[in-house]
Design a protein around this ligand. Structure first.
Ligand code: AHM
Ligand code: MG
Length: 328
């Protein structure tokens, strides 16, 4: 079975113009993911969980795992000087990784949710990392601009997620299908365990936080009602940890739904580092990803941390939802 490293080498050989820079970005993300995996796995044992800024019994400053993961991904990418900038859910503004003295020559920026669903760690539920890779728009060597990060999802060079679950899996696409690599923790190597992942044609699962039903848009309510009236066919599964919900639906078929509601009038999930990367993967696996009004990857971003409604999964199931949304 191929390792992720071997897969990247053979993939790189297919592209004559490739400089190896892209592979280096994935290598750095892979390395950071392994360290985060190690920390997540021992979180229940070590006094690392807690609010950022609090002090643990040894008098050391405690760090929340999502902040820890954020710093780790930045370090892994900055040390190797292979991306010029990073935007993260854990940082208000984008980070320009180019130092004054030594501008790195990279053309790539990374957008990342370092540890999504981290409130689930305390109760031993799987969490994940979600990332997107883009080519910067400003000239190499110049300071980064907001436009380098505010790109449509259709401009993604690559996107992926790491699920820290019963086993740890690194799933990514660079626009030629989706591949999944499972970590062998004994030797710290990711192996190509799930080549060319394709969503089943249709599915029977829908994943949604229905506690917010009262303030969902009418079209979403109607869609849900229809599923319930056909209860022999449909079932609900909702972990509340997006990467886990998406991963299950990717293999078993189904749709993930996060509509707007009163508390979250534009939806909860972040367009740039949650919706877009998952949308790229879902589309590459043969599915669809939309917001209330359009294809997720075609939304013109205006803000680094903007939220969007998010519906994705099997093509057929999303098309039924689209019909409801059109009808209003
Ligand atoms: P986070 O970025 O603060 O971790 O929130 C994102 C998470 C997703 O993993 C999950 O799908 C969603 O929030 C669950 O939200 P809710 O508790 O409203 O159902
Ligand atoms: Mg998140």
């Amino acid at each position: 079975m191929k390792t992720l490293g071997e897969f990247l080498i053979s993939d790189q050989k297919k592209h004559k113009e490739s400089t190896g820079e892209f592979s280096a970005v994935i290598h750095a993300l892979r390395l950071a993911a392994k360290v985060v995996n190690h920390e997540v796995n021992k979180a229940a044992l070590v006094d690392i969980i807690g609010d950022y800024g609090k002090t643990n019994v040894q008098g050391e400053s405690q760090q929340k795992l999502d902040v820890f993961a954020h710093e780790l991904f930045i370090k892994a990418l900055a040390n190797r000087k292979i991306v010029c900038g990073i935007a993260s859910e854990e940082a208000d503004v984008f980070i320009d990784l180019q130092t004054n003295e030594e501008y790195n020559k990279s053309k790539y920026v990374v957008l990342i949710d370092p540890l999504d669903g981290s409130s689930n760690i305390d109760v031993n539920v799987s969490v994940g990392t979600v990332f997107s890779v883009y080519k910067r728009l400003s000239p190499i060597g110049s300071p980064l601009t907001a436009e380098d990060f505010l790109q449509k999802g259709t401009a993604q060079v690559a996107a992926g997620y790491v699920l820290y679950g019963t086993s740890t899996i690194f799933v990514y696409t660079s626009g030629n299908g989706v591949n999944g690599f499972t970590l062998n923790p004994a030797i710290g190597t990711f192996y190509l365990s799930h080549p060319n992942i394709k969503l089943p044609k249709t599915g029977s699962t829908y994943s949604i936080n229905e506690a917010n039903f009262a303030t969902f848009p009418a079209a979403v309510k109607a869609y849900l009602k229809e599923r319930k009236e056909n209860d022999e066919k449909y079932t609900t599964r909702y972990i509340g940890s997006m990467v886990s919900d998406i991963h299950r639906n990717l293999f078993q078929g189904g749709v993930f739904l996060y509509p707007p509601n009163k508390k979250m009038p534009t939806g909860k999930l972040r367009l740039l580092y949650e919706c877009n990367p998952i949308a790229f993967i879902v589309e590459q696996a043969g599915g669809k990803a939309i917001s209330m009004g359009e294809r997720i990857m075609e939304i013109e971003p205006e803000d680094l941390h903007q939220r969007s409604s998010f519906f994705c999964g099997n093509k057929e199931m999303i098309e039924v939802l689209e019909e409801h949304l059109k009808r209003g």
